[in-house]
Design a protein around this ligand. Structure first.
Ligand SMILES: Cc1cc2nc3c(=O)[nH]c(=O)nc-3n(C[C@H](O)[C@H](O)[C@H](O)COP(=O)(O)O)c2cc1C
Length: 314
């Protein structure tokens, strides 16, 4: 998830979930515009660590040649598979006719998938769509387009672009997508608790299920493990440590990222009853000290000088 599931977060999640529990993950999208993505940028998306579960590198763009070359480079720098994003509803994506903009044109979805699948040769190319742009009338056409283009797996987020991230979900769309292709389909949208993962597969015929926002609040959702407050706090402190150690964040940026997770956090019963006070805390040192205390006080979150910081601060 863009702006959240960068390597620091993802690695902590993968470290806590063996591959039989969490079968794989994807990077946040890497946008391809005007030129193929630089290898350094692709490396940054993948992060330094490798896990038994594959981490697919997700690309988003609309130019088949640029996307194919970026996909080739992604494999060159170590991506075990590449995923194409046809779901992002953001204005920036729509302006460049990428992401969900392509949901109106199954033919272009097929073209982009084919160009990238052919570029990869010996690594899988997967695709992720939403149920449609304004409505779900093209859902089966989109699924078949991805399959015809050579996708090895299709992830379907069951909401349309117009539905954004609304609460209500219609999983019958996932069943329709799964019934229309013979490649495996991964169903996504509205998984809130561990039991939903299996329920989604059972009710839709999807081979796999994917968690989005619920994993931001409970990194143990994949295995249904209920952790204690201290363990949950340890995750957040380790996250803060990893962000600080990455050199890309000042202390304020680290606290901002932690607060971003705090919006969703449910694991260990931590934060739930006091979410407003966690989100209101403006002093990063106090925020991190509060977490550290809950975690057992074992951590030292390094301070970074401004000179060591580059652009990721948000
Ligand atoms: C902040 C945010 C960033 C996201 N970034 C991406 C992304 O980079 N690539 C992608 O395929 N989906 C992205 N998504 C969509 C999620 O992967 C997922 O499809 C969506 O949230 C629906 O699943 P959920 O109901 O389980 O959250 C993002 C969602 C959110 C809320």
């Amino acid at each position: 998830m863009e702006g959240v599931t960068e390597p620091c977060f993802r690695d902590l999640v993968l470290a806590r979930n063996p591959p039989d529990v969490l079968g794989g993950a994807f990077t946040e999208f890497a946008r391809v515009v005007q030129v193929p993505l630089a290898r350094s940028s692709l490396r940054e998306h993948l992060g330094p660590r490798r896990w038994p579960a594959p981490v697919g590198l997700q690309l988003m763009g609309s130019d088949a040649d640029l996307m194919a070359e970026s996909a080739r480079r992604a494999v060159e720098v170590g991506a075990p598979l590449v995923d194409l994003n046809f779901g992002c509803p953001a204005k920036g994506a729509l302006k460049t006719c990428a992401g969900s903009a392509l949901l109106r044109e199954p033919r272009r979805v097929e073209e982009l998938v084919r160009a990238c699948a052919e570029a990869l040769v010996d690594r899988p190319l997967t695709a992720k769509i939403r149920a449609g742009f304004d409505d779900d009338l093209l859902l089966e056409d989109l699924a078949r387009a991805a399959e015809a283009g050579g996708a090895s797996m299709l992830t379907v987020h069951c909401r349309t672009r117009a539905e954004g991230y609304q609460e209500a979900v219609d999983w019958s769309r996932l069943a329709r997508a799964a019934a229309s292709v013979s490649i495996p389909v991964c169903g996504n949208g509205g998984v809130r608790v561990h039991a939903d993962l299996e329920r989604l597969r059972r009710e839709t015929g999807c081979r796999y299920s994917m968690v989005g926002r619920a994993a931001l609040g409970d990194p143990w959702i994949f295995g249904g493990v209920r952790v204690r407050a201290a363990e949950a706090a340890r995750f957040l402190v380790e996250y803060a440590e990893a962000l600080a150690a990455s050199g890309g964040f000042r202390r304020l940026g680290v606290a901002g990222r932690v607060k971003q997770l705090a919006q969703f956090w449910s694991a260990g019963g931590l934060i739930c009853g006091e979410r407003a006070s966690w989100l209101r805390e403006g002093d990063p040192d106090r925020l991190l000290a509060r977490l550290n205390e809950l975690a057992g006080g074992a951590y030292e979150i390094p301070r970074r000088s401004a000179a060591a910081v580059h652009t990721n601060d948000r």
